[in-house]
Ligand binder design. Structure first.
Ligand SMILES: Cc1cc2nc3c(=O)[nH]c(=O)nc-3n(C[C@H](O)[C@H](O)[C@H](O)COP(=O)(O)OP(=O)(O)OC[C@H]3O[C@@H](n4cnc5c(N)ncnc54)[C@H](O)[C@@H]3O)c2cc1C
Length: 142
């Protein structure tokens, strides 16, 4: 790390912002011994948590068990840069490179994904300090 980079990071806490919250709920009790469930979800990141919520939305009576090896949202889900966009492919150039024939579908899914995200924030009253600032793509080479 160069001196200027070190200086820029002076006083910076190198820990994910999202996980550094004293108001975080306590860890749930550990699952010990055998159990039964209608649905078992492995992994408590965004994917697993949303799967659990959707399963309960579809059928509130469903007995759902979610198993997490470490801590909830301690994997990738605790570390995002906080960027929300309509892209499900890390940007149009990447989508064009990988799935050139499916751009329409990818764009539609991306928009549906973002709409669903917005809707869920309202439905669950989640205070996520979201700012809808739009998106800018900058050319970094000719
Ligand atoms: C540095 C970084 C920045 C990012 N920035 C953004 C961003 O700005 N915007 C964006 O949209 N996306 C971003 N992403 C991507 C996004 O965070 C991930 O796509 C998303 O969090 C993946 O969620 P997941 O639930 O699939 O995986 P994870 O969050 O990794 O969850 C998987 C969980 O499964 C658990 N697990 C694994 N195996 C087992 C097992 N056998 N038993 C029990 N539990 C198990 C793990 O402990 C983990 O908690 C970023 C990712 C990173 C790493």
């Amino acid at each position: 790390m160069s001196e200027s980079v070190k200086r820029a990071f002076e006083g910076v806490k190198l820990f994910p912002f999202w996980l550094d919250n004293p108001a975080a709920p306590d860890v749930e009790r550990e699952l010990i011994g055998p159990t039964t469930a209608d649905l078992v979800i492995v992994g408590g990141g965004f994917t697993g948590l949303w799967a659990a919520i959707q399963a309960k939305e579809n059928d509130p009576k469903l007995d759902v068990v979610l198993i997490e090896a470490g801590k909830i949202a301690y994997g990738a889900s605790g570390r995002p840069g906080g960027i929300i966009s309509t892209s499900v492919m890390h940007g149009l150039p990447n989508a064009t490179r990988v799935f050139p024939k499916d751009l329409d579908v990818l764009e539609r899914l991306g928009q549906e994904n973002l709409d669903g995200f917005k809707e869920a924030l309202v439905r669950y009253g989640i205070e996520a300090d979201v700012e809808w600032n739009g998106e800018m793509t900058v050319a970094v080479e000719e």
